[in-house]
Design a protein around this ligand. Structure first.
Ligand code: BES
Ligand code: MN
Ligand code: ZN
Length: 501
């Protein structure tokens, strides 16, 4: 869906449907006086009689078919008074996504958003515009890359922002473009998440990163198997040993002029393009879901794209640890002991605890690059689902301030996080009798011990946080701006986090 802008006031506006938002006890005439000037029929539209502005409510208003604005979709937001800034934006996102999808179901070809009605909320107009544009695009996105036929119900061709001014004002236009940029980042990450492993190898991830670097003016470096081995990354190499698809350690850098020399925020993503479990092979049921074991790396790619396009004035580096975890004659075995790049030895209890092994070497590499802060993001454990469910990602960290920043970025992004404790007792669990560390400490506190393992490869004086998206990386149902399949969870948080630097 294309973005358009219509200036010139009510007489110049035209689209097949306008999308308007109303909270409980609000009147359309009061909330959108300019729109009512353009389409006076709305004040007497029968469809408003039973509309109460409740959360999740959607009303359809029909005017004279020949009128330039002949249809309205009214979205209920519930009671907004009690909501915080971030909660208000979340309601608006949900409503905008649902409205866009409803319009497609109705066969509506062109959409419009009257901007002058958006100043009433407990959120500034620009952020509101940004979120509406983003959510509409995300709601309309479909997982259709592998369908041979286009869906029968076509997407609306464009969404126009309607302005009263004679010309399109700069700030709202830029806000709409920012919304589009955020949506494109999430869509990139969703598409990668949904691409099966036979079409997305570590080299394919590298090619995606190179493409982003070319198009959005970033630096990209790709390390191959020999480089990984010669850097001493024995943990990373061991995970990749069982696959014919060679591993890649991908480094993507956004270093705008004037910020190239500052210590970077480094975001490290788990990019296991398929996790069979390796020799500790997973059960057959739903193993196919493990094609999404690269969504940490996908979120990093999506975020880097947006960070570059938004031109954020800070140095951010994305590191993607990509490999395929397969059983094979050359694969690592349970009982093996491998040495990571920082010199620590790891006893492989389970080859299915592969994420922490690739990340061990990748976070070490991030520290070597002189990171100011390191954030890793990974579908690391099934245990995080047991601990926190499917709406909240776990955090394990060595720095409370960084945790607060991530939680705030998450609130702005509409993504939830919860910090798990890192007690010294938990560290005991990952000590090995025969090596320095165990790669798995079993079921108890699996999300914590998984995170703490990665922390063993981070310099003590570098603030670090690990985000476990094992429960949040895929959605089982479509709702509002969320679509069944890969969620791209973390993409938005990382963009907001970079924006806070
Ligand atoms: N990629 C999985 C974690 C996962 C499983 C995420 C299911 C989402 C849904 C990870 O590599 C894994 O297999 N973890 C093991 C760790 C265990 C062997 C210590 C797990 O969670 O069972
Ligand atoms: Mn695994
Ligand atoms: Zn995995």
């Amino acid at each position: 869906m294309e973005l358009r802008f219509q200036a010139g006031g009510p007489e110049s506006w035209s689209a097949d449907a306008v999308i308007v938002f109303l909270s409980e006890d609000e009147k359309l005439e009061k909330a959108y006086p300019e729109l009512l000037d353009a389409a006076p029929w709305m004040s007497i539209a029968p469809g408003m009689r039973d509309f109460h502005g409740k959360k999740g409510e959607m009303g359809l208003l029909y005017g004279p078919p020949a009128h330039p604005l002949s249809r309205a979709v009214v979205v209920g937001l519930g009671k907004l008074d009690a909501l915080t800034y971030a909660e208000t934006l979340e309601e608006i996102r949900k409503g905008a996504g649902a409205a866009a999808v409803r319009c497609r179901e109705l066969g509506v070809d062109t959409l419009a958003l009257p901007v002058s009605g958006l100043a009433r909320f407990n959120a500034d107009v620009e952020r509101t515009i940004e979120e509406i544009v983003c959510a509409a695009m995300l709601g309309l996105w479909r997982n259709k890359a592998f369908k041979s036929k286009e869906p029968e119900d076509a997407d609306p061709r464009w969404l126009a922002l309607l302005f009263c001014d004679a010309n399109v004002p700069d700030f709202p236009r830029l806000a709409a473009r920012r919304g589009e940029t955020h949506a494109e980042a999430v869509i990139l990450a969703r598409n990668l998440a949904n691409t099966p492993a036979n079409s997305l190898t570590p080299e394919d991830m590298a090619e995606e990163a190179r493409k982003l670097a070319r198009r959005h003016d970033m630096n990209c470096e790709v390390l191959e198997r020999e480089d990984i081995v010669s850097l001493g990354m024995g943990a990373f190499a061991a995970v990749a040993a069982g696959s014919v698809n060679d591993p890649r350690l991908i480094i993507l850098e956004h270093a705008p002029a004037g910020h190239a020399d500052e210590a970077p925020l480094i975001v490290v993503g788990k990019g296991i393009t398929f996790d069979s479990g390796g020799i500790s092979i997973k059960p057959d049921d739903n193993m196919g879901e493990m094609k999404d074991d690269m969504t940490g790396a996908g979120a990093v790619l999506g975020a880097m794209r947006a960070i570059a396009r938004l031109g954020l004035k800070c140095n951010v580096i994305g590191v993607l640890a990509c490999a395929e975890n397969m059983p094979d004659g050359k694969a690592q075995r349970p009982g093996d002991i491998v040495r990571a790049a920082n010199g620590k030895t790891i006893e492989v209890v389970s080859t299915d605890a592969e994420g922490r092994m690739v990340l061990a070497d990748a976070v070490w590499y991030a520290c070597q690059m002189g990171a100011k802060k390191v954030v890793d993001i990974a579908t690391l454990t099934g245990a995080v689902i047991i601990a926190l469910g499917n709406e909240t990602s776990g955090i394990v960290a060595n720095d409370d301030e960084l945790v607060e920043q991530i939680k705030l970025a998450g609130r702005m992004a509409g993504e939830n996080y919860w910090q798990l404790p890192s007690l010294p007792e938990c560290k005991e669990a990952i000590k090995s009798d025969v090596a320095d560390l165990l790669n798995s400490a079993g079921r108890a506190g699996g999300c914590i011990t998984g995170g703490l393992f990665i922390g063993e490869f981070v310099d003590k004086d570098i603030p670090w946080a690990h985000l476990d998206i094992g429960g949040t990386s895929t959605a089982t149902k479509t709702d509002g701006f969320k679509v069944k399949g890969g969620t791209a969870f973390g993409t938005m948080t990382l963009i907001k986090l970079a924006g806070m630097l």
